[in-house]
Write a protein that binds this ligand. Sequence first.
Ligand SMILES: C[S@@+](CC[C@H](N)C(=O)[O-])C[C@H]1O[C@@H](n2cnc3c(N)ncnc32)[C@H](O)[C@@H]1O
Length: 234
Amino acid sequence: MAASQIKSKQRVAEHGEVYTAEREVNAMLDLVKQETERVDSRFLEPACGDGNFVVEILRRKLVAARKRATPPRRKTPVPAEFEKQSVVAVASIYGVDLLLDNVQACRERLFDIWNGEYAAVCGKETNEECRAAVRFILSRNIVCGNALNMCLVDENQKDTEEPIVFSEWTLPFNDTRIQRKDYSFKELMPREEKKARTQDPGQMSLLADEEDQVEPLLQQQYIFDYRRHQSYGG
Ligand SMILES: C[S@@+](CC[C@H](N)C(=O)[O-])C[C@H]1O[C@@H](n2cnc3c(N)ncnc32)[C@H](O)[C@@H]1O
């Protein structure tokens, strides 16, 4: 095991915190290669650490976003289209971790990767409103919680009663408005996965789009424009 895969012996003992090396991350993601190369496929990492899996997923999705934003006879992406595709890419990645410093580091790594590509492709056409919208999306998608009981934890990793709520983000209007729909994590989990988890908490899987779930209960719905200054709701 490389030294960069652990932060301290105490964290390994208390939280099983051993990071996965890049080569293994890529080998595992290659098992679901097609999904990782789809801009809008949804991924959840239920013990995301500081983000080794999710940052690689985002890198792959952003390559796909560039392709999708590049019309047939052009060599480079259309900036506004890349902006949209990149927002969809980042908004489809979710993570949970018990440790607040990991959650913060994970959000920052994702933001930096997204922002690097955004600046590289959109240059002068980048805008701060879109950056703020992506930060907001990451604050909701990468949460400090316990993936076993699906509730939030406090800064000392103590369970709270508050359920983890995830947002589904879509851009259904053919413009820069995002529709956000909130669902509780418990509601989103398919029955079989729930059962496996209660019996064996080690059985955490990296989930791509689940098809066998019953329609979950919608908690809240908001619409905001990622190009306009505003409050995003809740
Ligand atoms: C082995 S590390 C893996 C981190 C990352 N997935 C990687 O492969 O690099 C396990 C992570 O799970 C977190 N963790 C442990 N139990 C958890 C739980 N019940 N809910 C959420 N996160 C948990 C730890 O804080 C730690 O960051």
